[in-house]
Design a binder for this molecule. Structure first.
Ligand code: NAD
Ligand code: DAU
Length: 332
């Protein structure tokens, strides 16, 4: 049994990973989370108190980070400001958490010689043309577009520098768009599901032709666990499940699965600088580490996700009015 420190474990993907570890390993899990607007303590309900602890704190706080890293066998770093639209209205928390926070963790794992896995995104590579046969690979040059993705790119580069200059035991993964339970309703899929459940017209940015490469959060968790156990130190792995869809198709599928007419949505103001297409070539992870995704039917995964939000109104309903009021101000 090992002690795993999971930063950002009260957010969407972090909480999915905590449940994955508690269900599939005998590890003890400590979550360090600042409990920002994006965190939800309810996402961690049911975690065995013998093997789980939630510590409230900032990853940029050196004292708290050092005190937790000292006792950890490994750190898996999910904590971030994660939403592109927010980074356009106020980039400053993105600089603090994604850059200064990551720096603080890197200094701690260097001091205590602790295994570190860094969670990142495919957005660091920028975007692809719709008709480009190419996908992102581990060697695609970085070309981020938004304040969010540029701070994630910067954090990845800090990790690479700490590996090369200080020899820390780190791996990096860049994953595509996640969906599944516990995702904040500011994000595309849960926003539209909860719009339908609330009697609000779903909102599509622009023409909706932008493509995202969807993966279930549970498959992201199993991939990260595989890299933590078997990944080569200093290496980067791309995580994806061949789930490319454009936004209008995803929205129409959600509407159909929820018994609504497929055109029951409205077009709203597009995101400035909106990345056109993301696509992951995940063959390295599959071929070298033997990982495979379980959720290969996107429509079935979406149906499960719709069911989860339908069954967990108490998880998201208190947030809905505030999220929609913020979007309304931006004409979205
Ligand atoms: P999220 O916004 O749902 O959760 C982020 C969590 O980090 C929250 O619990 C928040 O309270 C915590 N946090 C924020 N600032 C903090 C700080 N200074 N100190 C401690 N905790 C802090 O995000 P998510 O969608 O779960 O993303 C998690 C990670 O995965 C991020 O690093 C993101 O870049 C990466 N990622 C996300 C996706 C996706 O589709 N959502 C895809 C690839 C990679
Ligand atoms: O690719 C990985 C990234 O995926 C992660 O790094 C980010 O943390 C995560 O938020 C996500 O970024 P996106 O910007 O792709 O996700 P978002 O859910 O915000 O939007 C998905 C697509 O849907 C995008 O093209 C914008 C569009 N959209 C979004 C919202 C909220 C709409 O059309 N309508 C909406 O209401």
């Amino acid at each position: 049994m090992a002690n795993i420190l999971v930063t950002g474990g009260a957010g969407f993907i972090g909480s999915n990973f905590v449940h994955y570890l508690l269900d599939n390993t005998s590890h003890r899990v400590v979550v360090l989370d600042k409990m920002t607007y994006a965190a939800n303590e309810k996402s961690l309900e049911g975690s065995d108190p013998e093997r789980f602890e939630l510590v409230r704190g900032d990853i940029a706080d050196r004292d708290i980070v050092n005190s937790l890293v000292k006792d950890a066998d490994a750190v898996v770093h999910y904590a971030a400001e994660s939403h592109n639209d927010n980074s356009l209205s106020d980039p400053s928390p993105f600089i603090h958490t994604n850059l200064v926070g990551t720096f603080t963790l890197l200094e701690a794992v260097r001091a205590y010689n602790t295994r570190y896995h860094h969670i990142s995104t495919d957005e660091v590579f920028g975007d692809l043309e719709l008709d480009d046969p190419a996908k992102f690979t581990e060697t695609t040059p970085y070309n981020p577009s938004s304040p969010y993705s540029s701070t994630k790119a910067g954090s990845d580069l800090l990790v690479r520098a700490w590996v090369r200059s200080f020899g820390i035991d780190a791996t990096i993964s860049n994953c595509s768009n996640n969906y599944g339970p516990y995702q904040h309703i500011e994000k595309f899929i849960p926003r539209q599901i909860t719009n339908v459940l609330s009697g609000i017209t779903p909102k599509l940015y622009g023409e909706g032709l932008n493509v995202r490469d969807w993966i279930h959060a549970s498959d992201h968790s199993s991939a990260v666990h595989t890299i933590l156990e078997k990944g080569a130190i200093g290496e980067t792995y791309l995580i994806g499940a061949n789930g490319e869809e454009n936004n209008i198709t995803v929205l129409r599928t959600i509407l159909r699965l929820m018994g609504q007419p497929e055109d029951a949505f409205e077009h709203v103001v597009d995101r400035p600088g909106h990345d056109l297409r993301y696509a992951i070539d995940g063959s390295r992870l599959r071929e070298e580490l033997g990982w495979t995704p379980q959720f290969t039917n996107f429509e079935a995964g979406l149906a499960d996700t719709i069911q989860w939000y339908t069954d967990h109104r108490n998880w998201w309903e208190p947030l809905k009015a505030e999220v929609e009021a913020k979007y309304a101000k931006a004409g979205q």
